[in-house]
Structure formats: structure tokens, C-alpha cells
Design a protein around this ligand. Structure first.
Ligand code: KIV
Ligand code: NA
Length: 269
């Protein structure tokens, strides 16, 4: 593949080979995944993963723009989606458009993502009609953690119908795909079968049209906690700490730097 996919290309992947996506917040991380992902999400998880915030609620437009610019510099083949942070879109469709336009103009993102189902449908339609492709995000929506009462599985039992209605609403409103976070697998399967747009699962189902993980989670770099839906494909956190311990030991023992890391008075001929 040569050019980065557009939102319509992602939409067209419904029912085909699963869509591959990860989050990224920096240029080197974006470069690492560029050839392997269909899209890369600059998630507001950046607040927790990179900035040590207790939730995503304190993430600002300024942070999303700064990290969005960094990620854009590392991508050639992958589409970039930027999260709209808490407080930047909920007030009105007009507020959402102003901030989505700023995010796209400043970062070059081809699409934005926002959290919410039926209550955000009007805003999604407003944005799409004005040139802003929208990825929706339903189920566990971390920006609503204070009203959801914790990071619980969403849509169990009697709550399934409401989540299905959210999925239909964002699809009908014109979203080009939807993230399903922490929902029972059977419900994720039903939603995937029922709606016209691709479902991107995180703690959802292997049968979703695609999958996403927070890259620091799957690399074992973020270790403050591990949600059940995370699979660690590497242990960069503990590898990194071991490397730092070796460096400290060698510095204290005057074993580093060695001659090969030092300079002679005269350059070698
Ligand atoms: O912010 C984020 O990383 C996300 C993904 C987990 C979907 O929204
Ligand atoms: Na997010």
C-alpha cells in the first residue's frame, strides 16, 4: 500500500481483513507502527500513559495538538485519528466543530474521535456534514468515568439494548467507524453484525471489524495497572528498568564509559 487510507477506506474494510490500530503519542512510536497499522489514534489516554494523570479528564486541546503534531511526523502509510478531549465537544455541535477544525488544521489529522452514543448523534451528523470525519466511541467511555461509576463492563444484561441503540445512532449519524470498549463479546458480535460501519474492539470481541490497544499497554511500558483486555506483547518497562540499573551500576563502578565511548586527543587516521 502506498498512500495512507482515508476514512472511507477504513469504512470499506467492514467485514474484511480485521482493521489494525494502536495509539501513539510520539514520533518514534508512530514510526514503529506506521507500516503495520491501518490507522493510528492519538488517544487522550496520553494523559494517563505519558503524563501520569489519574484519568483522561484533565487532557487539554493543547496536549492533543502537541502530541498530534508529533505523531503526524512519524506517519506515512497509516491514517491518523485524534481524540477530542473532555470538554471540547459536549456543549454543542458548534463547539465541537470549532475544536475539531482546530485539531485537524493544527495536526493534519484526517479524522477525530469523540465519546458518546445517542446523545452525540446530532453532533456527529453536524461535523460530518461540514467535512469532519468522525470515529465514535461507545461502551466504556473513560471521559464519563464519574457518571459511569468506574471502569466497568458496559451493556451487560438489560443494558444491552441501550448500547445497541447507541451503535445504531452513531452509524446512522454518519460516523465512519466506532470503537467498542469493554462490552460483552456476544453483544459486540451482535453490534458488528447489525451496523453498517466497522466496529473497532478494545475489550470487546475477536469478531469486531478491527482491534485497538494502547501501545504502552501492549508493549508493557505502562505498568501502573493492566486491564483484563490488554495482552502484553513485550515487557519494555521491566527491560528498560533493568537497562537503567546496569547503567547505574557501571557508572558507579567506573566501567562506563569505556575506551570505545571516549575520544583520543587526535582523530584516528
Ligand atoms: O484514548 C485512547 O487510547 C482510546 C482508545 C483506548 C480507544 O480512546
Ligand atoms: Na480516548
Amino acid at each position: 500500500r502506498k498512500a495512507a487510507p482515508m476514512p472511507d477506506d477504513i469504512r470499506a474494510m467492514k467485514g474484511g481483513t480485521p482493521i489494525v490500530s494502536l495509539t501513539a503519542y510520539t514520533t518514534p512510536m508512530a514510526q514503529m507502527m506506521d507500516a503495520h497499522c491501518d490507522f493510528v489514534l492519538v488517544g487522550d489516554s496520553v494523559g494517563m500513559v505519558l503524563h501520569g494523570m489519574p484519568s483522561t479528564l484533565g487532557v487539554t486541546m493543547e496536549m492533543m495538538i502537541l502530541h498530534g503534531k508529533a505523531v503526524a511526523r512519524g506517519l506515512k502509510q497509516s491514517m491518523m485519528v485524534v481524540d477530542m478531549p473532555f470538554g471540547s465537544y459536549e456543549e454543542s455541535p458548534a463547539q465541537a466543530f470549532r475544536n475539531a477544525a482546530d485539531l485537524m488544521a493544527e495536526t493534519g489529522a484526517g479524522a477525530v474521535k469523540l465519546e458518546g452514543g445517542r446523545h452525540m448523534a446530532e453532533t456527529i451528523a453536524f461535523l460530518v456534514a461540514r467535512g469532519v470525519p468522525v470515529m465514535a466511541h461507545i461502551g466504556l467511555t473513560p471521559q464519563s468515568i464519574n457518571t459511569l461509576g468506574g471502569y466497568k463492563v458496559q451493556g451487560r444484561g438489560a443494558a444491552a439494548a441501550a448500547l445497541m441503540a447507541d451503535a445504531r445512532a452513531v452509524s446512522d449519524a454518519g460516523a465512519f467507524s466506532v470503537v467498542l470498549e469493554k462490552v460483552p463479546a456476544a453483544l459486540a458480535d451482535q453490534i458488528t453484525a447489525e451496523i453498517a460501519i466497522p466496529t473497532i474492539g478494545i475489550g470487546a470481541s475477536v469478531n469486531c471489524d478491527g482491534q485497538i490497544l494502547v501501545v504502552d499497554d501492549m508493549l508493557g511500558l505502562f505498568t501502573a495497572f493492566k486491564p483484563k483486555f490488554v495482552k502484553r506483547y513485550a515487557a519494555l518497562g521491566s527491560d528498560g528498568e533493568a537497562a537503567i540499573a546496569s547503567f547505574a551500576e557501571e557508572v558507579r563502578a567506573r566501567a562506563f564509559p569505556g575506551p570505545e565511548h571516549s575520544f583520543a586527543d587526535k582523530a584516528p587516521t
